[in-house]
Design a protein around this ligand. Sequence first.
Ligand SMILES: CSCC[C@@H](NC(=O)CCC(=O)O)C(=O)O
Ligand SMILES: [Mg+2]
Length: 368
Amino acid sequence: MRIHAIELHRIGMPLVRPFETSFGVQTSREVLLVHVRTDVGDGWGECVAGVDPFYSSEYVSAVEDVIRSYLAQALLAGPIGGAAAVAPLLRFVVGHRMAKAALEAAILDAQLRADGVSFGSHFGATRDRVDCGVSVGISPNIPTLLDEVQTYIDQGYKRIKLKIKPGWDLEPVAAVRDLLGAGGLLQVDANTAYTLDDVAHLRELDAFELLLIEQPFVEEDIGAHAVLARAIETPVCLDESIVTTSVAVDAIEQGATSIVNIKAGRVGGYLEAVRMHGACLTRGIPVWCGGMLETGIGRAANVALAALPGFTLPGDTSASDRYFAEDLTEPFVLEEGTLPVPTGPGTGVTVREALVRDWALRDPLVLR
Ligand SMILES: CSCC[C@@H](NC(=O)CCC(=O)O)C(=O)O
Ligand SMILES: [Mg+2]
């Protein structure tokens, strides 16, 4: 495959409601899209990095810079062996996994569209629909939280995930457990907001029959998560910590995580995410597909990934209208708590390029 151009599009999309986590409040999504033009056709990839380095060390301007300054040339210098060659070609740059993942996804999209193969088929999907959960931000108060959760219950979501932080945890969880009833699927995500000093406090979550507690401690503290896992009943699930398949295996073997949130952008791409799925499946570790407020481009790829056999828990693969009034692709619409796996070549979705232009925050960066 010969890549003729790599275009970086930085666009802004308002969120339908503010989304608050333990690291801040978001009211819009500023997202970097990669559009590659190759000798076999075009492809689109979405970078999951936020506009600020608050979820991880990556952020949109840094992604633009690392692609422009280092990564693009490695892909434009000469013919490459397709998407499988991208990670090895980019290994000379340390980290920057979200940037690399967006490039690989765009190239994979171009390659599979040319081959007439869908992401799902390429990954080994075994389902044609995936069960969907929804992530609920920190609310100003309990009544507001319950109104939002009730909306999602009425829409048919199969699982509720609540963002928590010190001062907003036991009370909202108790209220939502009460609203859901005993059998409702409920989990929490702390986005690293706690420390080992909070173990006794976090043990009180055991009363609410949660599916899991996601990433209570900072990314690097794998061992601390193993200590917590031995001290509480609620299964510990890692997100930010799990940046490669080998880190996932180490964390599993240390007893730091018994469920894994897989996000292709966080681990360097969909091909690594498929490898991570395989490693977890072999070890009997359930996985689910995390979300990064993707547009329909990333959402299509996530739904394909979530259709693999080891993805046995509902993911943060919500409908497009969870975050956006209008999407860059045909909207993903929830049907009985599920989304259909796209069957068309590549991601299987068509990017509305007029919207990419209308929502652009600056002129595209074209690298040749
Ligand atoms: C801006 S928060 C993004 C990271 C967060 N993602 C979600 O909560 C799900 C977001 C989504 O529904 O795409 C997580 O830590 O899991
Ligand atoms: Mg998370």
